[in-house]
Design a protein around this ligand. Structure first.
Ligand code: GLN
Length: 194
């Protein structure tokens, strides 16, 4: 399993995947991307991740990998990178895309810049997920191809799924609840044995 390691909290994701028994490697180059059967895109800063992915020749290989069905799980900035459209991006900001959604950057301004809440996520079962939001985006529009799998009490969508792609506006890697990573690993294992 790979974790995109251009920028952001990729070390935390590597630790989670390792704790779940996966062989986890940082991915910075196209040849490293080609060797993994699943990829996590971490939280961080999507504008920087966008620039670095283009500088390092990773943007097109990432798009091709998503097109090919590679399972990808994006958290926070990673969710922004997976969105087909970004609202309140910086001028010229691009994404990899794949998720038929619009994501609004820094959607929880001011006092609630960062907050935690318990969130029901029926697709992963069990008790609510303790969701940690850090300058988080929100999914403004869920297109026909994507499914909202986590919704705040006020109706705002913060977790989405579309086939092999999974995205959360929050950061399970900073909690001890690894059910989203486990769901991602299930997809990645199915992909590698196809
Ligand atoms: N606000 C950041 C962005 O726009 C995301 C924050 C995060 O990943 N914790 O990319």
């Amino acid at each position: 399993m790979g974790v995109l390691a251009l920028q952001g909290d990729f070390r935390e994701h590597l630790a989670v995947l390792t704790a779940l028994g996966a062989e986890a490697v940082p991915v910075r180059r196209p040849d490293e991307l080609a060797s993994v059967s699943g990829l996590v895109i971490p939280g961080g800063e999507s504008t920087v991740m966008d620039k670095l992915s283009r500088t390092f020749g990773m943007a097109e290989p990432l798009r091709a990998a998503v097109d090919d069905g590679l399972p990808v799980y994006g958290t926070c900035a990673g969710l922004i990178m997976l969105a087909d459209h970004v609202v309140d991006g910086t001028p010229g900001q691009r994404t990899i895309g794949g998720l038929d959604v619009s994501v609004r950057r820094n959607a929880f301004g001011g006092q609630t810049d960062s907050f935690e809440t318990d969130l029901d996520v029926p697709v992963i079962g069990g008790p609510p997920v303790h969701a940690v939001f850090i300058r988080a985006p929100v999914v403004d529009r869920v297109g026909a191809l994507a499914t909202a799998v986590g919704v705040l009490d006020d109706g705002r969508v913060v977790a989405v799924e579309q086939g092999s792609l999974l995205g959360t506006a929050f950061h399970p890697e900073v909690t001890a609840d690894y059910r989203f990573h486990a769901r991602f690993l299930d997809k990645a294992r199915a992909f590698s044995s196809r």
